[in-house]
Ligand binder design. Structure first.
Ligand code: SER
Length: 584
């Protein structure tokens, strides 16, 4: 371009003249500079104008300056140097961004601000490859990073050493491989097992360049090393034996606790009493003999709305009905779940109930859980039992604290879930009480920790982390049994108590009724029948007719009989009086 401008300038004025610079006149120099011979170029303005006036067609399109001396549509060609030659990879302009099309064409279209649309031809990298070289993170002089991996003896789905080799497999190892592959540079490394192979190793001395595996990120550990972002959540939980609550005859009492039942009873009686007080003087329904009123007190309380007529009674009504509605619906909801879903129960309810007792607690040997229980939760060391293998977990839980076992085990959720996937007689009880996760450890301020964190987040966002999880840790043995916990048909046992109560109530009511009836029957018919020629069957027939009759009819008949009887008696008396009078 400069050559083109100078050409234009020379075409314009072929004579170039240099003037002696007056500023340099007085200076003396013993060196090579011969300042007196130096002149000043006086055609700068002309040269500048020539440059500004250049109009030509370049590789990136038309080349021209605006009046304020800026390039019109500035653009650059991007080249890829390949060996001693080069190839065009694309163009860049502020307006169109990176592109493979000529910017002058793109200036006719809307501006391309989306980075997704920006593209170039593939770059050929040294080695004649189009695969992006990843470079080296540390100037290691070819030295491999020494990465420590625990030699686990239990829960080897997380980390397991391939016998006789220095190779490892497992969930944590797959996550590490996937994350390393996402780093924008190559990391040469060597996996070094640590631990004696008989016990799960505890802690990691960072004489290594990194440590990977099922390493929980804890406060103490972050003081010694930098951790990546967690790649799995794994807080501490309590695992305890559970038993299924068998369907009991008194299941209908379970929705409410004893206190709740008592309070509900008191509430119903009090409510009835209040309605009675408010309505007694103005409502005929609330009058009558005391025995009748006491019996109907509870039903009035529950059905308060049906017959209240007083202003106060009606004022109390909405609140009262709402309270009754809530209690009724809560009972219904709770009873539904009790009857239709198999209930599981455990004497241990969670970490709090475990801490209150003094029973032995199991923990995974080598885990940070032990220190946490002792230092943070103040559990006595004598209560803690180290357990190595899942089989030891099961045995200790089955034996129970009274027979040399443990009441519960405190371990990280990841291990607990793996353990429980094949053992449905135990369960996690209570909530997770710490929020831990596992990460990879690096020496303090290692840039690798940050890049690995980014890689782990990428794995999490693109779903690979979940896929690796499902590959190693997705078990469904107990969840399929869990599905069976849903009860399809309700067994008789759930209602035995209720039916027995109803039966008993019916029996008592009938007993009272018939006693009363027999008493009334005897009272009404004893005297006329006492004259006595009627057989037993006739008497039974009479009793049944008496029981079948409406009470008013019986009363009326008995009154008429009495009247008849009385009139007969009086007639007889009159007759006898009359005859005696006549006789006298
Ligand atoms: N995850 C446990 C811990 O980090 C055992 O390795 O201590």
């Amino acid at each position: 371009m400069l050559a083109r401008a100078i050409d234009a300038f020379l075409d314009h004025d072929a004579n170039i003249s240099f003037l002696a610079d007056p500023k340099l006149k007085g200076s003396s120099s013993k060196g090579a500079l011969r300042l007196k011979t130096m002149s000043v170029f006086s055609g700068g303005e002309l040269l500048l104008n020539s440059i500004i006036n250049v109009v030509m067609s370049g590789v990136t399109g038309n080349f021209k300056f605006t009046s304020d001396r800026n390039l019109v549509n500035p653009a650059f060609e991007i080249i890829n140097v390949v060996g001693t030659g080069f190839k065009r990879t694309g163009y860049w302009s502020n307006y169109s961004g990176l592109s493979v099309s000529l910017p002058e064409r793109l200036y006719e279209r809307p501006a391309n601000h989306s980075s997704f649309k920006q593209q170039l031809y593939p770059v050929v990298w040294p080695g004649e490859t189009t695969k992006k070289p990843r470079g080296w993170v540390f100037p290691q002089n070819g030295r491999q990073l020494k990465i420590a991996v625990p030699s686990r003896v239990s829960f080897q789905d997380f980390v397991a050493r391939v016998t006789g080799t220095d190779m490892f497999t497992g969930y944590c190892i797959d996550v590490f491989f996937a994350a390393v592959n996402l780093l924008p540079y190559a990391v040469p490394y060597q996996l070094i097992p640590y631990g004696d192979g008989r016990n799960n190793p505890s802690g990691t001395e960072l004489e290594y360049d990194a440590a990977i595996g099922d390493i929980a990120i804890t406060t103490n550990r972050t003081r010694m090393a930098d951790f990546t972002q967690p790649y799995i959540e794994s807080g501490l939980v309590v695992v305890a034996p559970i038993r299924k609550l068998s369907s009991s005859a008194w299941a209908f009492l379970r929705p409410f606790t004893r206190e709740m039942w008592c309070l509900s009873g008191v509430f119903v009686l009090l409510g009835g009493a209040v309605v009675w007080i408010l309505e007694h003087r103005i409502n005929d329904d609330f009058r009558g003999p005391p025995s009748k009123q006491i019996i109907s007190l509870t039903s009035r309380s529950i059905h308060a709305g049906e017959r209240t007529i007083g202003a106060l009674g009606r004022l109390m009504l909405p609140l009262w009905l709402f309270a009754v509605l809530v209690i009724k619906s809560s009972y219904t909801a709770s009873l539904t779940s009790i009857l239709t879903v198999q209930q599981l129960s455990s004497p241990v309810k969670g970490i709090q109930s475990l801490l209150k007792g003094d029973e032995r607690i199991g923990y995974q040997q080598g885990s940070f859980a032990r220190d946490y229980l002792v230092e943070q939760l103040g559990v006595q060391e004598s209560r803690l039992v180290p357990l190595r293998l899942p089989e030891d977990y099961a045995k200790a839980l089955n034996d129970g604290p009274r027979h040399g076992g443990v009441a519960a085990i405190v371990d990280e959720r990841a291990y607990a879930e793996l353990f429980l996937s094949t053992r449905c007689e135990f369960s996690i009880v209570g909530p997770e009480f710490t929020k831990n996760g596992w990460g990879f450890a690096f020496p303090k301020d290692s840039p690798l920790a940050i890049d690995m964190s980014t890689a782990i987040l990428t794995l999490s966002e693109n779903g690979d982390l979940q896929r690796i999880h499902d590959k190693w840790l997705l078990r469904s043995a107990c969840s399929s049994q869990g599905a069976k916990l849903q009860v399809d048909r309700l067994p008789l046992t759930s209602f035995e108590g209720l039916f027995s109560l109803c039966g008993l109530a019916c029996l008592v009511a009938l007993l009272i009724y018939f006693t009363k009836m027999i008493y009334l029957f005897n009272q009404r018919y004893s005297e006329p029948e006492s004259s006595g020629q009627s057989s037993r069957s006739r008497r039974l027939h009479m009793f049944l007719t008496f029981a079948d009759e409406k009470e008013e009819a019986t009363k009326a008949r008995s009154i008429s009989r009495e009247t008849e009887w009385n009139s007969c008696t009086s007639m007889e008396q009159n007759a006898s009086t009359f005859s005696s009078q006549r006789a006298s």
